[in-house]
Design a protein around this ligand. Structure first.
Ligand SMILES: [Zn+2]
Length: 223
């Protein structure tokens, strides 16, 4: 099934994602749905926060000419090692886009090499080395799980342009989404958002328990 894609301003896009703890057939279905959504969008990668889920998980689908790595994959609870990024001016070949900032592209320098350490949908850990555009995809998707959209990394004139775009498009407010294949932006319903919240809590194994008001005191945090 297809999931609507959340646009810049949706709170889930701007926070560190929760660790995935439940690896079951539902998670495998979610991964398949993310591939489908990514394909129809179309994109080369999709992170769970982009479909409104607070989960540290992304998929990629990439088959570039120089690409020798897996053409698609799921990365769950990942860490990513990169080489320092140079400070050269971005060129046309550095132009990146994002389904959560649809219709715009900006140049951004990225590390030419990345090493991914992650779990697959069955919970099995793997390591993967990436170069070139594939390394860029991994950095872009990994950023999503840290609450960062690539436009947040821009500086100077492009950063200013992004500000103007958000004002003009009336983005940077919660709840704006679009359905792949339809492209029309609309407001997500409260039920839709509640369902996504429930799904996130299920896979992150977060139980809705009443808060313990005196917990802070035992750590000496309250006065
Ligand atoms: Zn993105």
């Amino acid at each position: 099934m297809l999931y609507p894609i959340h646009v810049y301003g949706s709170p889930v896009l701007h926070k560190t994602s929760a660790e995935v703890k439940i690896f079951d057939s539902k998670l495998a279905t979610l991964a398949e749905d993310m591939f489908e959504t990514c394909e129809v969008a179309p994109g080369v990668g999709l992170a769970a926060p982009q479909i409104g889920l607070d989960l540290a998980m992304f998929v990629w689908m990439y088959d570039g000419p120089e690409h020798t790595g897996p053409k698609r994959g799921v990365a769950i609870n990942p860490s990513l090692l990169i080489e320092p990024v140079d400070v050269l001016e971005p060129t046309v070949s550095d132009e990146e886009g994002c389904l959560s900032f649809p219709g715009y592209q900006y140049g951004l320098r990225r590390s030419p090499r990345a090493v991914l350490h992650a779990q697959d949908e069955k919970g099995k850990w793997y390591d993967l080395e990436a170069t070139g555009w594939f390394a860029r995809i991994l950095q872009h998707e990994y950023d999503h799980l840290k609450g960062r959209i690539y436009v947040d990394r821009l500086t100077g004139k492009p950063a200013h342009q992004v500000e103007k775009v958000m004002k003009r498009e009336k983005w940077n407010v919660p709840g704006i989404v679009w359905m792949p294949g339809e492209d029309e932006l609309y407001e997500a319903s409260a039920e839709e958002l509640a369902h996504l919240d429930e799904m996130s809590k299920y896979f992150a194994d977060i139980k809705d328990e009443p808060q313990q008001p005196d917990k802070g005191a035992s750590f000496g945090l309250s006065k």
